[in-house]
Design a protein around this ligand. Structure first.
Ligand SMILES: Cc1cc2nc3c(=O)[nH]c(=O)nc-3n(C[C@H](O)[C@H](O)[C@H](O)COP(=O)(O)O)c2cc1C
Length: 177
C-alpha cells in the first residue's frame, strides 16, 4: 500500500516536515510512505486546467496513484498555510477530476503552541469533507508544543506522540485496505 505524505510548510527546519519524514519508521507492515514536496507548485490558476504545469501534473499523478494521503499542516493565523491551500486547489481540479474523491486522508499538524494546529485542522477537515475525501476522524493528531517533541537534529523523540502516530497510521491502513 502506498501512502503519499506532504507538509504544508516550506521552511528548512519545519516541524511538520520533520513529522512527515518520521512516518516511514512508524508505518505498519505493508505500508510504504512516499514524502513529496509541494514547494515547487506555481500559484493555482484555472487558465491552466486544460494543460497543467509539469509540477502540478506530477503531483496530481502521484496522488491519483496513491492508496491514501497524510497531510501535515502548520497553523497560520488560525488556518492552514497558503502553500497547502494552493496544493489542494491544484489537486481538486480540473473540474470532475478531483484527486481527493473517496481517497483515505489522515490529517496532522505540529505547532509551537499548545493547541497543536487544532484550529487549522478544523479548516483542513472542512475542505476535505467538501472534496469528498474519506477522512480519518480518529485519532486526531494535534501535536505540540513542537519544542517538546523533537530533538535538535529534527528526530521525533516523544514516545507518546510516536505511539499516537503509529495508531493513526494503522487506522489509515485499515481504511485504505
Ligand atoms: C504567519 C504565521 C502565522 C502563525 N499563526 C499561528 C497560529 O495561528 N497558531 C499557532 O499555534 N501557531 C501559529 N504560528 C506559529 C507556527 O505554529 C510555527 O511557526 C510552526 O513552527 C509552523 O510550522 P512549521 O514548523 O512546520 O513551519 C504562526 C506562524 C506564522 C509564520
Amino acid at each position: 500500500m502506498k501512502i503519499v505524505a506532504f507538509s504544508g510548510s516550506l521552511r528548512k527546519d519545519s516541524y511538520n516536515t520533520m513529522l512527515v519524514r518520521t512516518l516511514a519508521e512508524l508505518a505498519p507492515a505493508g505500508m510504504e510512505i512516499e514524502v513529496v514536496s509541494i514547494g515547487d507548485l506555481p500559484l493555482y490558476n484555472s487558465d491552466f486546467d486544460a494543460a497543467y504545469p509539469a509540477a502540478a501534473q506530477t503531483l496530481k499523478n502521484t496522488v491519483n496513484a496513491a492508496d491514501g494521503l497524510f497531510i501535515a499542516t502548520p497553523e497560520y493565523n488560525r488556518s492552514i498555510s497558503g502553500v497547502l491551500k494552493n496544493a489542494i486547489d491544484w489537486l481538486s481540479r480540473p473540474y470532475g477530476q478531483n484527486s481527493f474523491a473517496r481517497k483515505p486522508v489522515l490529517t496532522a499538524g505540529v505547532s509551537v503552541g499548545k493547541i497543536g494546529t487544532a484550529v487549522a485542522q478544523s479548516h483542513l477537515r472542512q475542505i476535505m469533507v467538501h472534496l469528498d475525501a474519506d477522512l480519518i476522524g480518529q485519532p486526531e493528531l494535534y501535536l505540540g508544543p513542537a519544542a517538546e517533541l523533537f530533538d535538535a537534529s529534527g528526530k521525533l523523540t516523544n514516545e507518546s506522540t510516536k505511539e499516537l502516530l503509529a495508531k493513526a497510521l494503522n487506522a489509515l491502513l485499515e481504511r485504505a485496505s
